[in-house]
Ligand binder design. Sequence first.
Ligand code: ATP
Ligand code: MG
Length: 442
Amino acid sequence: MEYISGIIEKKHIDYTDFANNVDKVVSIHGIIHRVREMTGFNFVILRTKREEVQCIYSPDFSNFEWDENYFEQQAVVVTGKVVADETREGRYELQIHDVEVVSSPAEEMPITINKKQLNVEMDTNLTLRPISLRNPKERAIFKIQEGIARGFKEFLLKENFTEIRTPKIVFAGAEGGANVFKLDYFGKEVCLTQSPQFYKQTMVGVFERVFEVGPVFRAEHHNTSRHLNEYISMDFEMGFIDSFHDIMNMETAALKYIMNMLETEYAIEIEILKAKLPKIDTIPVIKFSDAKELIQTKYKKVITDFMDFEPEEEQLLCKYAEKEFGSEFIFVTHYPSAKRPFYAMDDANEPDTTLSFDLLFRGVEITTGGQRVHDYAAQVKKMEERGMNVEEFDSYLMAHKYGLPPHGGLGLGLERLVTKLLGFPNIRSGSLFPRDLTRVTP
Ligand code: ATP
Ligand code: MG
């Protein structure tokens, strides 16, 4: 009988092991990313898990002839001697002794991926995503994306939140609006979830503090630079709050933790992308109505929408926060009740506004959050006032009926955050395989 014992054998070393192997002969594997022919020798740049590794072919120390059998995009194992890179302090390179070709591509790539910048139109980039992502800058975006989600998770676990995974197929009445994706579920109409809202509130009754990082689906009928039809929502919900300020504080602390994590653990990608991380000290807070007034008086903009912000208004608010308070973030609170969902708690002092907020960053909304209605009777009343069929929400309202602490939470769009953080104009840049009006492949 054969048995698997779970012993992981490290076949080749990583670039990070180079420092401990100077002057030793080692093997490393990777893809030949670029070959630069110099006089008398070649630079062979290997694309490895995270680093580009400089190897040098030279008849002086290589045991073979570099010829047409060796070319870019081949998967190889390179054996050679580790030496310090004399031109780049703190870096190491490999003097090639031997190269074993493990796999060769069938065809040459239709685009050049080994230049610093991928010089193609967005459309080409997305159509050729499986290979355009191999460009070091492109893939660095998704390492940063990893870092953001990782920071969010680590921070919340430290704050005693429980990670949950909720269903993405939900009953059709659960969420309204024009932007639901409907699907046939054994003859019954159901839809893809637009947010984990109901389930995370339910889970407050179970764990008090919960979070989820997962996909949500929105049938956005327009092509914009800030909307996808599927995106990753970073959500949390917490009980025993005094007010929605507890939520804003938790988010601010999470963002500080994330930025710190990126700075320390993702320096390689920050450097590749020349990313400018925001400094977060305190984040200014402004009421929705005051923000509207400010836009009108300070920036002389005629307000036409009194219920929500236009994209230009979000930009102006961020400009204001940056100029007046040196913050690239600003919280806007007390959005009109009419524009917020039925579960948003109204402000007792100004009942046509809600105890809710948005967080704007570098010109766009990245988060919506707030306090929720926790009292059963109050929630039923609000739903009835909105003409909703309360019975349809029985399973959701079970949480309220049998008791929920005061609670609130938020949803933060991962692609929006990564895109703004890295200064890209289009959210598609921050999505691995974006889903938009025309794109379901690759
Ligand atoms: P917007 O007004 O910008 O369309 P929204 O207010 O409808 O967004 P929410 O329901 O508040 O969005 O979702 C919470 C967060 O999820 C947003 O702040 C944003 O970061 C992100 N988000 C919402 N819709 C999308 C989308 N279609 N694509 C990518 N991210 C989105
Ligand atoms: Mg919103």
